[in-house]
Design a protein around this ligand. Structure first.
Ligand code: AHR
Length: 654
């Protein structure tokens, strides 16, 4: 009898526990509006990696358009009588051009063809602006070229003639219209007059660029970025800021002014990983700082340029001799000051004037600057302090971002954080490319951060599953982790996933937020996570608890809540990383009397198999799906499916 009672009691107890597990009661305290969510909270990190700029976001379709690659004709096939020249060209910093002459026989041809970036993507019925700087020879007789688009089977499918009339260098343009779609076209130019004829800066852009700009951006990619609703836009990297050596660091001053005269730079991602070697990867700076500031403005994002601190990439350069001596940082510091002037200075200043000449007399209102990328060791603060002193003296309103190095914990990280506090930087940039489990384990990372020190910029992060794919597991663990960013919005002011873009035929690093080929792009599940956070950032944190504790992994659940006092929404984000269905009730407490909740609640669900991903051919395997659920008074009861990221948007009036 006693034994039977015990067994029955145990069954009841287990049953009770089971029932408890089945209904998880979360509480959102609406009365306790917490920290403001910074408008910069969810942003973008842009770097020219994975053919992200040349061959990617920058819409130029010609590779090596100015004949300045170290192998001057890389990307070009020449035929007939073509001479590479360097004297007397129109652009001082890009001196090379080609001279085309009669082939020597009426049945032979002179000309050249460009292979583009893994081919040239041409859309059906679209128009393309072919432009070239040209001059005839001294006898001044007009010369003619025929420009053709050639498909992958070597058939021309569009052809136009262009006359070069002047003996002086001038720019000529013609519009090509394509009757076909061709993802891997070639552009071919025939000399069809006697010659000689000089050609330089041979360029082909779609006319339909982002915002219709001539030196513009690839529209679909820029649109996809803008649709993330970013509050921050960090550029131009990443390691390319540092350079493999200082000569090849990203030098913003070379990236402004007329595009034709911006000098070529090496791209370190050409060779950084020998197993992903791309000898034809260079930076033309065609999409330079002006274009990047403009993009930030277009997207409504705060620009965050990052400059070199006088250190060449420390992964590849050991020892002081590789870097700028602390006493000789003058030019580097001046570059940072001039950058602020370029962005914000009035048009009577040297750099503000250049911005105006480029088409933007109004300031860009830059508020932040990053000094250094992934730096470590005492050599970093020794240099950073000099920048801080100079910037604070001249531009005290600018917020300065320092680095905590490439690791998210450990010796270097532990050294740099106190150093950043000592130097009183405004924000500290943290980077973490870690396995999915790390992101789950770190969902409460910022709960214990010092509230009095610099703020956090989670400047590069991505969940890296073992197969390095943008699978749903990576996206879901990022979504879970990000509830911790949101809950700690008083400390975390900025967060940017990295890297942003990758060409499927020319990538060096993965995972990445958006993949593309010459004509298409695919939004990864990670993209949708960023987009859901970006569009539902809220204005203030609300405490969300389960058993009076934040939900940071109990029952495989991660959640956070915010209120948007402008849109009048309460938004709850909830990730279920368990394989169990979770029955959840969310009670809203502390509502003011006049606050009326709308019973119809929008729910947005992102779910998928752990290893599922979106591809160019199947881009919609994992996409957010909206539906609605009705609230019961102030309680929302929902079934949260396994492996899912869920948003609940509750409208209110007050
Ligand atoms: O995002 C790719 C690289 O990762 C960045 O260039 C660098 O900062 C980090 O090591």
């Amino acid at each position: 009898m006693k034994k039977t009672f015990l067994i029955l009691a145990s069954i009841c107890l287990l049953g009770g526990m089971f029932a408890q597990q089945q209904n998880i009661g979360l509480v959102v305290n609406v009365k306790k509006q917490g920290a403001a969510i910074q408008p910069t909270m969810y942003g973008l990190f842009f770097e020219d990696i994975n053919f992200g700029a040349d061959g990617g976001l920058y819409a130029e379709l010609m590779k090596n358009r100015s004949f300045e690659f170290p192998q001057k004709l890389m990307g070009w096939n020449i035929f007939g009588n073509v001479e590479l020249r360097s004297e007397g060209g129109p652009f001082e910093r890009n001196p090379h051009y080609v001279r085309l002459r009669y082939s020597g026989h009426p049945h032979k041809h002179t000309g050249l063809e460009n292979e583009g970036f893994r081919g040239i993507g041409i859309k059906k019925d679209a128009t393309y602006r072919f432009s070239v700087w040209g001059r005839t020879s001294s006898n001044n007789s007009p010369q003619k070229i025929r420009i053709e688009l050639i498909d992958a089977e070597n058939n021309p499918f569009e052809s136009k003639e262009l006359e070069i009339t002047s003996g002086e260098w001038e720019k000529y343009e013609i519009i090509l219209t394509s009757p076909n779609e061709e993802p891997k076209a070639t552009l071919r130019i025939f000399l069809i007059s006697a010659g000689p004829l000089d050609l330089e800066h041979i360029s082909l852009f779609p006319t339909d660029t982002w915002k219709g700009r001539e030196n513009g951006l690839r529209k679909d990619l820029a649109e996809a970025l803008s649709e993330l609703n970013p509050g921050l836009f960090r550029f131009p990297g990443g390691c390319i800021i540092e350079g493999t050596d200082l000569e090849t660091r990203y030098d913003w001053k070379k990236s402004v002014g007329p595009a034709e005269n911006r000098p070529l730079n090496e791209n370190r991602w050409q060779y950084t990983f020998a197993h992903r070697f791309y000898p034809d990867y260079f930076q033309t700076y065609g999409m330079g700082f002006y274009e990047l500031f403009l993009l930030a403005e277009d997207m409504g994002a705060e620009p965050l340029p990052v400059v070199n601190v006088g250190l060449a990439c420390q992964y590849q350069n050991n020892g002081e001799h590789c870097h700028v001596p602390v006493g000789e940082l003058g030019d580097y510091i001046q570059d940072a000051l001039d950058l602020i002037e370029f962005a914000n200075g009035n048009t009577s200043t040297e750099w503000g004037k250049l911005r105006a000449e480029m088409g933007h007399p109004e300031p860009f209102n830059m508020k932040f600057i990053g000094i250094g990328n992934e730096q470590w060791g005492p050599e970093y603060p020794a240099r950073l302090v000099k920048f801080i002193q100079a910037i604070r003296a001249q531009y005290p309103e600018i917020k300065i971002i320092g680095s905590s190095g490439p690791q998210a914990e450990g010796k270097d990280f532990e050294y740099l954080w106190p150093e950043m506090k000592r130097l009183k930087v405004d924000l500290v940039d943290e980077h973490y490319y870690r396995p999915p489990q790390w992101f789950l384990d770190n969902a409460a990372r910022y709960d214990s951060y010092d509230r009095k020190g610099p703020k956090v910029f989670a400047g590069e992060y991505a969940s890296h599953p073992r197969n390095r794919k943008n699978n749903f597991e990576s996206a879901l663990t990022e979504a879970a982790f990000m509830t911790g960013l949101e809950r700690n919005a008083d400390v975390v002011h900025m967060a940017t996933y990295a890297p942003l873009l990758a060409h499927v035929d020319a990538w060096q690093w993965r995972p990445d937020l958006i993949w593309f080929d010459n004509l298409r792009l695919v939004r990864t599940p990670n993209y949708y996570v960023q987009q859901l956070y970006g569009h539902h950032a809220g204005t203030n944190v609300l405490p969300l608890t389960w058993n009076k504790m934040p939900l940071t992994g109990q029952q495989g659940l991660y959640a956070s809540a915010v209120i948007d006092t402008n849109k009048k929404e309460i938004i709850i984000k909830l990730s279920n990383v368990s394989e169990e269905n979770r029955n959840i009730s969310i009670s809203l407490e502390g509502l003011k009397k006049k606050m009326q909740l709308q019973p119809e609640v929008e729910t947005i669900l992102l779910k998928g198999g752990q290893d599922e991903e979106n591809t160019l051919d199947n881009p919609d395997t994992i996409v957010p799906v909206s539906s609605s659920v009705t609230m019961n008074g102030t309680t929302l009861s929902v079934d949260v499916v396994p492996y899912s990221f869920n948003l609940f948007v509750i409208d209110y009036t007050d």
